[in-house]
Design a protein around this ligand. Structure first.
Ligand code: PLP
Length: 405
């Protein structure tokens, strides 16, 4: 972020803008504002949305991709298209953002909270396997903080028990697992282009990637209230009505989850540099991790399987037990003395009143608890200069030296 200097650390209190638009992307925004036929899609699509979807599906290597207003919308469609109900059970990691779980809870299904892996700190396939029961219909794999889940292990369990697999890729656009883009492995891949994500479509936006082409067609019919073209060549085009209304999926009400044409044009332009943005974020993370390598009490997530992390964030687990210190001590010292505003990540959902009120307030997830209760997350955005990373590492080393006593 241009113009950011060390003093602004104290101002970074949460997730801000991650990647600022460049001139080419701003030009795209202006082009559609000036020349676009409409700022919204028509029936069934708009040219900017269609082009964005095509490029996204090609990047992903998946059957189809449907542009939407947010990742929450994509998750809502995935949950609804999975046709879940009160007799069903969905396995979801307890450590994730609220939007991963709400759409599934809203179907009336039961939520079973799964644990994370001790090393990668994302969904554990062993935990999923231990939680599967007769009612289990779906599992949501969340590539949290940009770290790909061990999808072969998840798919093995899913195939064995016939589970639908939804990938929540809000924090991992472009990340790969064994050479495949995350979001193209399960049945549905859900992406966010919120301002706080690696790429953005003017602040809000999302995408649903699907494995089966038919699901793309259903999602497109659902996304704009069931509005759909009549067959071509009708002579009296006002009979029985000018606009057609279809049943996108029996038993499912349609929604309005559309992305604007201006947002889609910006998303398509930003997609061109997604891999470069992610490469830079890996560089930042590796520089930070290397600079803290002499402090084993600060442990960053890691995995043995082939993957490309996209570092939505760089969370670490602080184990100051040997010195009688906790992550609260580290965060407090960093903020108060070293003026570095570190934080923690997503609150384990089972601990919140929101989920407790619906009976989802219990979980047996020791690794989630261990990670969250010792977590430290650093200020983070695309294109952080090397000297800022080095300075951040120096402040952290100084604080940890002090805590070592
Ligand atoms: C893991 C995860 N899932 C879903 C979402 C929801 O994304 P959106 O804000 O685009 O609805 C987010 C957003 O922060 C997220 O981090």
């Amino acid at each position: 972020m241009a113009g950011t200097d060390v003093d602004t650390y104290t101002l970074i209190k949460g997730l801000g803008l991650q990647t600022r638009m460049n001139e080419a992307e701003i030009s795209e925004m202006v082009r559609v504002a000036r020349e676009g036929e409409s700022y919204a899609i028509g029936v069934p699509n708009g040219p900017e949305n269609e082009a964005f979807e095509k490029d996204f599906a090609a990047m992903m290597g998946c059957a189809d991709a449907v542009a939407l207003s947010s990742c929450s919308s994509a998750l809502e469609l995935a949950a609804n298209m999975s046709q879940l109900g009160p007799d069903d059970d969905v396995i979801i990691p307890a450590h994730t953002y609220v939007a991963t779980a709400v759409p599934f809870a809203r179907t009336g299904a039961n939520i079973t909270w799964a644990d994370i892996d001790a090393n990668s700190r994302v969904l554990s396939a062993d935990s999923v396997r231990s939680l599967v029961r007769d009612q289990t219909r779906a599992v949501v794999a969340v590539h949290l903080y940009g770290m790909p889940v061990d999808m072969d292990a998840i798919m093995e369990v899913a195939d064995e028990y016939g589970l639908i697999v939804v990938e929540d890729c809000a924090q991992a656009p472009g990340a790969t697992y064994k050479g495949r883009r995350v979001g193209s492995i399960g049945d549905y891949g859900c992406f966010s282009f919120h301002s706080a994500k690696n790429i953005t479509t003017l602040g809000e936006g999302g995408m649903l990637a699907v494995k089966e082409a038919h699901d793309g067609e259903v999602a497109r019919r659902l996304r704009w209230m069931g509005n759909w073209p009549w067959e071509a060549g009708r002579e009296r085009d006002w009979v029985p009505s000018g606009n057609n209304l279809v049943v996108p999926m029996p038993g499912q009400w349609p929604v309005n989850f559309c992305l604007s044409e201006i947002s889609a044009a910006v998303g398509r332009a930003m997609l061109k540099r997604l891999d470069a943005i992610n490469e830079q974020r890996r560089h930042q993370a590796n520089r930070l991790i290397d600079a803290l390598a002499d402090y084993p009490e600060l442990d960053f997530p890691h995995a043995d399987y082939e993957h490309e992390h996209v570092y939505y964030m760089a969370p670490a687990c602080y184990d100051g037990g040997a010195h009688g210190k906790s992550h609260d001590d580290l965060i407090e010292l960093l903020r108060n003395k070293y003026k570095l505003h570190t934080n923690v990540g997503n609150w384990p959902l089972y601990r919140s009143e929101l989920f407790d009120q619906f009976g989802f307030g219990e979980a047996d997830v020791p690794e989630v608890d261990r990670f969250y209760d010792n977590m430290v997350i650093f200020p983070w955005w695309s294109d952080m200069p090397d000297d800022l990373i080095d300075d951040m590492a120096a402040r952290t080393r100084a604080a940890m030296d002090e805590l070592r006593g």
